[in-house]
Design a protein around this ligand. Sequence first.
Ligand code: NAD
Length: 510
Amino acid sequence: MADRPAGLPERIQHYYGGALHDSVSGEEFDVLEPTTNQNYITAAAGGAEDVDRAVAAAKKAFDEGPWPHMLPRERATILNRIADEVSKINDELAAIESYDSGLPIRQAKGQANRAAENFRFFADLIVAQVDGAFKMPGRQINYVNRKPLGVAGLITPWNTPFMQESWKLAPALASGCTAVLKPAEFTPVSANLWVGIMERAGVPEGVFNIVYGDGATAGDALVKHPDTNLISFTGSLATGKIVYANGAEHMKHLSLELGGKSPAIIFEDADFEKALDSTLFGVFSLNGERCTASSRILVQRPIYERFLEAYAERANRIVVGPPSDPMTELAALVHPEHYEKVTSYIEIGKSEARLIAGGGRPGHLPEGNYVEPTVFADVAPEARIFQEEIFGPVVAITPFDTEEEAIQLANDVEYGLAAYVWTNDIARAHNVAGAIESGMVWINSHNVRDLRTPFGGVKGSGLGHEGGYRSLDFYSIQQSIHVTLGDVHTTRFGASGYSENDLGLGGPSA
Ligand code: NAD
């Protein structure tokens, strides 16, 4: 086991109402280090009582506190301070994230900057925000009164956990909501950094709260709590369905960002080397634990064999090693449970398709959650490794002949998060992109984000799109206020009958 990162507390506690707390039950859970699977720190295991207290603190801060009523510029100033504080801890965060989740240290380095950028971006948006006003000359002026929705329940996954948390915290706080965050139980350690960041940035007490623990207890209680007005959830499709159902009782506003099985379609006219580099990066970066991974590669038949050979050769040369080594490209998977899942899919794949690279544990790494970069070829669309999200360094490659067949294969799964199209035919690029059932498509690129664009999936990949002003809309109520400027025309029920000028239903509409 590498050295434990400096500066960690003895144990991780919940944070609500501006103070740290153990669980009411006193229960804790073990946090494992993925290269040895040894426990290295414990975290408070939240239950319904802890969620209740955290939500009460958030509700008090919302009902009584200054946060929802601050001018956008005042809130933006604090958001920018949060961003500054996040940027300052780049090295510390990278070390913790890498140690706790197994992310290769070089890939962990950019996470703080991305998290900081989320806060800067939403700080900019709220000061520039314009809401609609609609005039009916001489009769009515109608305008949108934007209000924060209330207490936001934020539930996040374990892949790039701190960055995922920032993607929800930044728009929630920017909108004037108060928040209770429930981070993933595999990776709670970096979330603990938010406490100091929020305090140093001057976020008022009760605006930011955090409860650790299992999804089935702490997460479930947050979703079912009558005083959380919305749930923003990122995680698997299976859990997303439970959250969707549980949100119904109190009519929760929901944003569900779920899994993916995203296709990369490579046509014969594509830039071969660029498509090769990008599809290797797309599935093997972040240990393959990324929702938008190009985990199915569809390759046009004339270049299929050449692509397989080049892809397998490069996959075999990917450097698998400890997360702390700057030369490592692929490190240990997050947790032994996830390792079991990924390796069981590799065994399934061996019976379904042709293994052309990897397929087991690297010989030089006898312990920990290490998996070789694994490549299957000739994968049929009905194969489980074609259909189901594996969320690890495993890729399925399938040949196609025509554009129509490529689109059909791309769409032939339950998911619809991202897609990648590689071609130099400009019309085909746009037509294929438009025909793919996914929330996002990149043409001649892997996943490069623009924070202004919609982010989210269709079909089993989620519900609702965040990104840019859409995120602020999700965390807000947009109330219509209608003001009569002249005399209001009212059909006079119970007076002396309808006059010939009555229009009957409360006057004209626009
Ligand atoms: P998961 O669904 O197991 O857990 C996600 C979160 O939900 C965790 O915090 C967990 O504790 C909580 N949870 C579990 N059961 C719950 C319940 N009954 N009620 C409320 N909360 C509950 O997912 P995971 O394994 O942590 O994350 C991996 C998944 O997340 C993959 O499917 C991946 O594709 C997806 N993901 C999607 C995006 C996206 O933006 N679409 C981004 C990252 C990850």
